[in-house]
Design a protein around this ligand. Structure first.
Ligand SMILES: [Zn+2]
Length: 194
């Protein structure tokens, strides 16, 4: 019974092959960047993080974009192997595009892309079309330091700073004055003394 034997053999090989096959992780369908930004306008972006080619200068209308959920480690690793990087999450992408639309009246792909790139590079919404790069990072850091320092509020005259030899008062949420609380939290000297 050569026919029956052959059938049996074939069935076994298929079964064996199924056991040996290691399925690659399901890769999401790419979305053209232009389409994705269009969908962001109507808040229809799929959940997850937007993966785009590492080099933002190469982003354009036909760039293949992927939305990958943050718990999909396999896909993240594969995206990185493909030269992609994580940029912003879907919600933020919608915020970027809708801010560009409502504040700057942006309705073009170029404008949306500019807003996305600006946010990706500087972690801030595009302030205007053709905006120059923000100040160098140390100026930004200094500004953030100042904001943090100011946020500490007034020092209490009746509660002395715990730092030995410091004659200042402690701020409300701390046993230290503004200067020493800053150093405690930021692990570097405080650039302010007022
Ligand atoms: Zn102090």
């Amino acid at each position: 019974m050569p026919f029956a034997t052959g059938t049996e053999y074939r069935a076994i090989s298929v079964r064996t092959a199924q056991h040996q096959v290691v399925l690659p992780p399901m890769w999401p369908t790419p979305i053209k960047l232009a389409d994705l930004l269009e969908r962001a306008q109507s808040r229809g972006v799929p959940r997850g993080w937007l993966y785009l080619p590492d080099e933002w200068r190469a982003w354009g209308t036909d760039t293949e974009a992927f939305m990958i959920e943050s718990d999909e480690d396999d896909r993240e690793a594969e995206a990185e192997q493909r030269g992609y990087c994580s940029t912003v999450d879907g919600q933020t992408l919608e915020d970027i595009v809708s801010a560009a639309h409502s504040v700057l009246k942006v309705d073009s792909f170029d404008g949306r892309l500019e807003a996305l790139i600006y946010y990706y590079r500087f972690d801030a919404f595009l302030p205007c079309r053709g905006a120059p790069e923000p100040p160098p990072s140390d100026e930004i850091l200094l500004r953030l330091d100042r904001e943090f320092y100011n946020s500490l509020g007034a020092e209490r005259a009746a509660v002395p700073c715990r730092e030995p030899g410091c004659g200042r008062g402690a701020v409300e949420p701390s046993v230290f004055c503004k200067v020493h609380h800053f150093q405690q939290v930021r692990h570097r000297p405080c650039p302010f003394a007022d």
